[in-house]
Design a protein around this ligand. Sequence first.
Ligand code: PLP
Length: 408
Amino acid sequence: MSFINENYLELQDSYLFSTIAKKVEEYKTKNPDKEIIKMGIGDVTRPIVPSIIEAMHKAVDEMQDEVTFRGYGPEQGYEFLREKISKYDYKDRGVDINPDEIFVSDGSKCDVANILDILGDKNKVAITDPVYPVYLDTNVMIGTAGKYNEEKGMYENVVYIPIKAENNFVPELPKEKVDLIYLCLPNNPTGTVLNKEELKKWVDYAKENKSLILFDSAYERYITEENIPHSIYEIEGAKDVAIEFRSFSKTAGFTGVRCAYTVVPKELKSITSKNEEISLNKLWSRRMSTKFNGVSYITQRAAESVYSKEGQKQIKENIDYYMQNARIIREGLSKAGFTCYGGVNAPYIWLKVPKGLTSWEFFDKLLNEKQIVGTPGVGFGPSGEGYFRLTAFGTRENTIKAMERMQK
Ligand code: PLP
């Protein structure tokens, strides 16, 4: 006999993307002549830039030579990459993060999920709502979320912190004491951000309550405004209370290549049930060297080249391209009479669904009347009801066409 982890039975089936795909297929079958524009997925579409491709080719060639061939690499990532990350993403921006605090991985999705391995199942967890669904589901998997309440659409042990137009998308600090706090900034799906003063309140709360902030900044490169922190460590004292997750996926088009990193500062500590302080950097290092064999050499050389002068220039062109799309969407929607948020520091536009419609009803209306596919906000959490997400990751041509349709 073998037993399962019964927490998995508490997971709610994510109908979101499968329902979307099904509805689109049905529509296509009934309307084969109609051209559908997809603005729902959060995947990049621009190819990897030439300087990164060149670095990958070079690394591939090294693999065919006896002298330069590489086998297993260091589990934490090659030093050449961790040094570049430390210098360009942190030290040059006035943040003191050292290479031994950086752990290279094959994706932020895995990292935000796997971090719970070292944090255990005794934590009271707070998530902003709506948010990237992985945080919640992985807590359900380890049992910290508790039972699902159908009526509320919420897990009973999770503290949901609404972010919506009424609070200007600024989450309020929890009234109760929580142990783990997930912050995703710039936010997926709302595309909104917090300024330094607002983020400082969270760092201060975490210090006061000895909480740990899990800070996901996968969209950091999309920030265009001043006074918006790219890293939580820009806030004084954050090294004592936060782990940061960063990814090359949306920064450099690595959604298929796979490379990310997690920063676990040396000073960061959590406690045992006997109140002993344990270094999280040491625990994460132990976890990674046991369960992970590192990211491929070729991929790490590719990630390293992101920091070259050419690499920076070329990835910026792609990001600018998406952000131009974001501007076209924001302006197009405003002209069409919609209220929308985000799209200034993130590739996501979060629009308010017209009064009287749910976000799924709006999905159907948009598909049937305009042949545009987006994502219903409620799919990202109960506070997403009444909203809808469009992404700027499409082609310019389709983005313009979609906005022309919206205005008709
Ligand atoms: N974090 C957020 C907020 C995301 O939106 C995504 C992907 O959409 C990820 C993490 C996943 O990143 P990766 O491709 O590095 O696994």
